[in-house]
Design a binder for this molecule. Structure first.
Ligand SMILES: Nc1nc2c(ncn2[C@@H]2O[C@H](COP(=O)(O)OP(=O)(O)OP(=O)(O)O)[C@@H](O)[C@H]2O)c(=O)[nH]1
Ligand SMILES: [Mg+2]
Length: 668
């Protein structure tokens, strides 16, 4: 059967979880839609989600419509949980982007729309909450075309908006105005359609336009807009129809070699690891031994597929489906299963967390338990980027914001019985190289204690390019395992630059490489003291790279958010000094209606303070949208981050490593 893996994405509180319930109800899976407000939905199942009425983790449910199995992934909308959305994006065939008819397009809606566009994911837009007082679907449609995409087209209109009787009325197939709008939009991307239309308008029938609409929606060129209410159910049947008709369901090849991506990891009731994977090709069976992440192999001990609001045990899962698997003990989010799929997991589409904090157990004796608990949370959410410092016995996590911090605190207390406090939240800076630097250590030459030659050059790369690794030596001149050890170590080492921050936007070139081949004595025993191993390259690379980086020098950059602030005109004068006090720089301001619209930049570390002061500053009438924009050089002295474990600059560790090595040799 054809399968469609569909994501529901939106800003917080737009109604994604409520819409998921309605879709399940409309598709006949459940008799009564659950309610977020009563804590009875199929997808918000964590205690914390039910208490707070927000989605924290994405969840999968499934329904069948017109012969298509739809696996629906309900995602969280709060920007603090954007990492959950990111993980889902790699496995979607299509998306429904929800916008509230009351609140309209939000900063987060724009972030999501841009990313869906960049990834070419076919997307329908659903304007929700048309039944609520204040709903203005026409205004929101204008916002969608102005601020999200000019390629959006409404397939109907709302009657009695803002009342419980609000209804969605699809345009009749022969509605002349609608036909004109469709023709304008669709002919822009389809020359054959344009020619046909110019030759004979009447030849382009409603059915032909509808087919062109489906084709261009599937290619993410146009975005049909529906509207309705997740609470009253208005417009939801039409939305289901559009999902089946306009989004591209796929039939994967069940007979091909297995290829899949893990997009979610959680722990089962007995503490066992449970992975959620999209199978792109092939068939997964219980008791199959499968390869995941490099050379790791494990036996699948149990499988489930999504069937209605629940997961149902299955003996096998075919291409196109989402599987829940047990048995992969070391699995991580982003791992490939079998043959790595063309769309690899674990890639970053959104900006990384810009805040961090040290977590302290309330009871000193809880330290080991805290570490174990955080390690489990990091499996589910790798971006919290657990770091620990054995010397100071501290554990730090990266964060998107205060809500995520509260959720971590509540989870540790409720699920793991470890109450914690946090130190002050600080900003995560990055370092960029200022110039170029190079260093080399040769095999057999003092003071190089390792059996390898490594030469590296580091230089600045383009903004947003991350870390690029290039080979400046012949590919065949070193065994692949050694090259891999060098590249992996380069990436790991650059997590802590000269000031302790990640080094970004640089190009590292391997300029020299050399090794001693595996040598044996007469009795044919492998002699470690004469043969290079990957370990030699892992130990030597940080030393060479840090020497090159010191020569290049780095500048510390802090994350900056772009903000969009609306304040009542009479309070504008009072708000400006507050912005200045928070290091925010207004770039433009515009008087619109009775309000000023101010746009500008603010350091990421100050956004929360601005959010907190806004209600009292603006009588509760102000609104703020802020999203990460770029890194800018820190003014004044560069802040340093305390060094964490495996610190490549840490002389003590280096000397210990050398000492261990020397002892190991003399013992032989
Ligand atoms: N009147 C009305 N209320 C709605 C509608 N959809 C959702 N709500 C209400 O809006 C609130 C948020 O709904 P959710 O479904 O939790 O929104 P969400 O997008 O899943 O929220 P997050 O997952 O936390 O981002 C709840 O109180 C819902 O009852 C709608 O169509 N009409
Ligand atoms: Mg939700």
């Amino acid at each position: 059967m054809a399968t469609l893996n569909l994501g529901i994405l939106a800003h917080v509180d737009a109604g994604k979880t409520s819409l998921t319930e309605r879709l399940l109800h409309s598709a006949g899976v459940i008799d009564v839609p659950g309610s977020v407000d009563d804590g009875s939905t199929r997808t918000d199942t964590m205690a914390l989600e039910r208490q707070r009425g927000i989605t924290i983790r994405s969840a999968v449910v499934s329904f069948t419509v017109a012969g298509v199995t739809v696996n629906l992934i309900d995602t969280p909308g709060h920007p603090d949980f954007i990492a959950e959305v990111e993980r889902a994006l790699g496995v979607l065939d299509g998306a429904v982007l929800v916008v509230s008819a009351v609140e309209g397009v939000q900063a987060q809606t724009r972030v999501l729309a841009r990313t869906l566009h960049r990834l070419g994911i076919p997307t329908l837009i659903f304007v929700n909450k048309v039944d609520r007082a204040g709903a203005d679907p026409d205004r929101v449609l204008r916002q969608i075309t102005d601020r999200l995409t000019p390629s959006a087209v409404a397939l109907g209109r709302v009657e009695a908006a803002g009342t419980p009787a609000a209804r969605w009325r699809p345009y009749p197939i022969d509605d002349p105005d609608h036909t004109t709008r469709l023709v304008d939009l669709l002919t822009a991307h389809d020359d054959a359609l344009l020619d046909a239309y110019l030759a004979d308008e009447r030849a382009v029938t409603g059915a032909r336009l509808r087919a062109a609409l489906a084709a261009q929606t599937a290619r993410a060129r146009v975005h049909p807009v529906h509207a309705g209410s997740a609470i009253t159910g208005a417009g939801v049947d039409d939305l289901i129809g559009a999902i089946a008709e306009l989004l591209p369901a796929g039939e994967g090849d069940d007979g091909a070699p297995l290829s899949g991506t893990v997009f979610k990891v959680e722990r089962g009731p007995a503490g066992e690891k449970v992975a959620y994977a999209r199978i792109f090709a092939g068939t997964l069976r219980v008791r199959d031994r499968i390869r995941y992440r490099g050379d790791q192999e494990a036996k699948v001990t149990a499988l489930a597929v999504f069937d209605g609001g629940d997961a149902a045990p299955a003996g096998s899962v075919g291409a196109g489906r989402i599987a829940r698997l047990h048995g992969l003990t070391d699995v991580r989010v982003g791992d490939p299963l079998g043959v790595a799929p063309e769309r690899p997991g674990g890639r970053h589409h959104f900006s990384p967390p810009t805040l961090e904090t040290v977590v302290e157990p309330a009871r000193a004796t809880d330290r080991p338990a805290l570490h174990a608990a955080l390690a489990q949370l990091a499996e589910q959410d790798p971006l919290i980027n657990l770091r620990q410092d054995d010397l100071r016995r501290e554990i730090a996590v990266s964060l998107y914001g205060e809500v995520q911090k509260e959720v971590i605190q509540a989870t540790l207390a409720d699920e793991y019985g470890v109450p914690v406090t946090f130190r002050e939240t600080t900003t995560v800076c990055v370092e960029r190289p200022i110039g170029a630097g190079a260093a080399v250590e040769r095999i057999g030459r003092d003071p190089n204690p390792f059996l390898g030659t490594v030469g590296l050059r580091i230089e600045p790369g383009p903004v947003d390019s991350g870390v690029a690794f290039r080979l400046g030596i012949e590919l065949g001149s070193m065994p692949p395992a050694f090259l891999k050890a060098i590249e992996d170590t380069v990436r790991e080492t650059l997590h802590q630059g000269l000031h302790g921050w990640s080094v970004l936007d640089c190009v590292v070139t391997l300029t020299h490489g050399g090794y001693w081949a595996r040598q044996s004595h007469a009795h044919a025993v492998f002699d470690k003291s004469m043969s290079s191993t990957a370990g030699d390259f892992r130990n030597l690379t940080p030393l060479v790279l840090m020497a090159a980086l010191r020569q290049a020098g780095t500048r510390v950059h802090e994350p900056v958010h772009r903000f969009r602030l609306e304040v009542p005109a009479d309070l504008f004068g009072a708000v400006l000094p507050v912005l200045a006090g928070l290091d925010a720089v207004p770039r433009s301001s515009l008087l619109r209606g009775g309000a000023y619209l101010v746009e500008g930049e603010v350091p990421a570390g100050r956004v929360h303070a601005l959010e907190q002061r806004l209600p009292s500053l603006t009588r509760g009438e102000g609104s703020l949208e802020a999203e990460f924009d770029h890194y800018r050089p820190v003014r004044g002295p560069a802040p340093s981050r305390p060094r964490w474990d495996h610190d490549p600059l840490n002389r003590k560790e280096y000397l210990l490593a050398v000492a261990r090595r020397v002892t190991a040799r003399s013992e032989r």
